[in-house]
Design a protein around this ligand. Structure first.
Ligand SMILES: [Fe+2]
Ligand SMILES: [Fe+2]
Length: 253
């Protein structure tokens, strides 16, 4: 549900975010912790911060303007563009999305007796974060770098020797299969939150956390699908092609 700016002015933060959890992120971007301001109106917190209500509203609307490339566009894009896109996703997850969720989780104060699972979420999230960063670093440092080298060498027989030994060490097929078989890093969090079900959750701060986790899970699914269905199959074909070019050079020599 979206509010017109004029209708937003006198709404309480609690009501705005209950209707649209993404306003929490919009306020966060202006340095406002929504969970400390439930009873203030949007107009009041904006005045306190020297902001215009329309800038908050504008920010919220901008969040819906997707700069994402769709799956089919990526499918027919050059491989180096696919990699740049995936790197861009990585940096957005690590620099924007996950720090926001981490702060939401660490700042939640809740009655533990009613929400014992929340202690588990607080415990499990840093582990998930660490695994996830490890996954991304490995992709960027080894896999993407290797595929980019293949991409640059394709059709350019000079310097093929450079990659020849690397090709012997890296099995893209195995890496692709492992990536496909891997459970989502979100598996544990899905279980803990009963698939992000809001049933029986009355605390607004916790609701925002669940909705953010769910949205992130969806984005991560799309990201992995691009890796599994576009990046790896095309990189494997490219590796074959470059290997053939190397064989031809050796044959000609
Ligand atoms: Fe990735
Ligand atoms: Fe991945």
């Amino acid at each position: 549900m979206f509010f017109e700016t004029k209708n937003l002015d006198n709404k309480k933060v609690f009501d705005v975010i209950s209707s649209d959890f993404r306003y929490a992120k919009a306020l966060d971007s202006f340095g406002i912790d929504f969970y400390n301001k439930y009873d203030f109106t949007i107009k009041e917190i904006c005045r306190e911060k020297g902001l215009s209500v329309s800038s908050v509203h504008g920010y919220r609307l901008a969040m819906d303007e997707s700069f994402d490339l769709d799956f089919n566009t990526l499918k027919s894009s050059p491989l180096n563009l696919v990699i740049e896109y995936l790197k861009h996703n990585h940096s957005y997850f690590i620099k924007n999305k996950l720090p926001y969720i981490r702060n939401l989780i660490s700042n939640l104060s809740i009655d533990k007796s009613n929400h014992s699972f929340f202690e588990d979420l607080k415990f499990i999230f840093p582990h998930f974060y660490e695994d996830f960063v490890g996954h991304i670093l490995e992709e960027e440092k080894y896999i993407f770098t290797y595929i980019q080298k293949l991409y640059q060498l394709d059709g350019n027989p000079k310097n093929h020797a450079k990659i020849f030994f690397e090709m012997k060490k890296i099995s893209l097929k195995n890496i692709a299969q492992e990536h496909l078989d891997e459970d989502s890093e979100m598996e544990g969090i899905r279980g803990l939150t009963k698939n992000y079900s809001l049933k029986n959750i009355s605390n607004l701060h916790l609701k925002v956390i669940y909705q953010e986790l769910k949205a992130f899970d969806g984005e991560l699914d799309i990201h992995s699908k691009i890796e599994n269905e576009i990046l790896f199959p095309r990189a494997i074909d490219l590796q074959e092609k470059v290997a053939d070019q190397i064989r031809n050079i050796s044959f000609l020599n």
